[in-house]
Write a protein that binds this ligand. Sequence first.
Ligand code: NAD
Length: 479
Amino acid sequence: MNKNFIAGEWLDGARVSRNINPSDTRDLVGEYAQADVAQTQLAIASAEAAFPAWSLSTPQQRFDILDAVGSEILARRAELGDLLAREEGKTLPEAIGEVARAGNIFKFFAGEALRPGGEMMPSVRPGVGVEITREALGVIGIITPWNFPIAIPAWKIAPALAYGNCVVFKPAELVPGSAWALAEILSRSGLPQGVFNLVMGRGAEVGATLLDDPRIAAVTFTGSVATGQKVAAACVARMAKFQLEMGGKNPMVVLDDADLGVAVNCAVQSGFFSTGQRCTASSRLIVTEGIHDRFVAAVIAKMQTLKVGDARQAGTDIGPVVDQNQLGQNLSYVGIAQAEGATLACGGTAVTHSADGQPGFYMTPALITDTTAAMRINREEVFGPVVSVLRARDYEEALFLANDTPFGLAAGIATASLKHATHFKRHSQAGMVMVNLPTAGVDYHVPFGGRKGSSYGPREQGRYAAEFYTVVKTAYTQA
Ligand code: NAD
């Protein structure tokens, strides 16, 4: 049984959860301890006790630890990628890529620990100097979703530690395996006792305890809008700092002058790969009249070549959906779209077994055409391999439709026109904009985040992460 890591010790939980492989529901990935409220409070207390010393640790000490963690993750990418694919269901190459990303993030923030910087300014008063510095916040509560089981924890834990904070980390219930493996690496990294704590368990119990405890200085959350709203309400009530990364309904605009091959690759890659379970997935393809029919035919032709199957089997393009609930949600949105008058042009059916007869949560990727902007399929996040197509008269209408959403995480455009690409980059109401590239797939050293209903608070990743994980101090000195 894999235990929680609290105050430098591995502890049994109040209960046990079973981690099931979505590619083969007969396969038990492992059993994981579930913390309760008391154990979560113990983790918070241990992080609070560790903070004064850790916040004053040297940049060299933090660099050495984070760099070594990054090196170990990178060296074990094949093994950790296999575990990730087995518990979450993305394909092995995707999972290994995610693990490598996590390793690179630790190495990036190892470097950031050495570059805290600051400013010195003359005062407006004679003989006075002003220094502007950044300091650690305290204990950070980290709450993560299931779809990136190691990269999202890495992009929250690494900056939190790099800037001198202590951490209580609660991973998603569905994917404790990768979180536990990361915690195990951190447990041997030389971090002082209590600086990093892992509490696996339920959102409503462990997560809610983190939100309400006054010893948690700040909460960083990635997940659904509904939970994000609870995080915000709880943090505002006690005036704790918080940061939210939530859902998306990301548009990919395809203009008449686009390279058809590029446009189809962008759409298929960001719509269906990782089983569509990416917050940056393109779920709305907005296509101008002149290319619409050719584009839809080419996307369908490509979709028919995609192999749905066991995430860890060579040749699989699309693994299973993460669990039965998510599969039910995906299929229900296919039905909702049809009931509202859209056409199911390809896929969209459940497949109960893999080609080898393994029971799993499989479905064929779905393309839904003849949709309008008001339909639920174009307004609500599905979070599966379900993509809709909207017809647009011209670029102006395509831009309008792209922005006609409560979300604003990522947006893409496929075009050969510098004029339209430039205009789109400026006028898209999304946090991240891609030109002739899939909306999903971002670098690890630059800011990540969205606008409108997708995000709240400072950006994650890159050196912009310092905005969230530190607090600014202005000090005046009379010489
Ligand atoms: P979720 O909101 O159900 O769960 C996210 C986390 O919150 C889990 O760890 C869960 O246990 C915890 N939680 C649940 N209830 C809680 C409560 N009352 N108090 C505190 N914590 C609680 O989301 P999910 O289903 O795991 O993830 C899918 C969602 O995540 C999608 O909406 C997706 O778009 C979003 N996502 C966003 C980004 C981004 O960066 N914008 C990245 C990945 C995923």
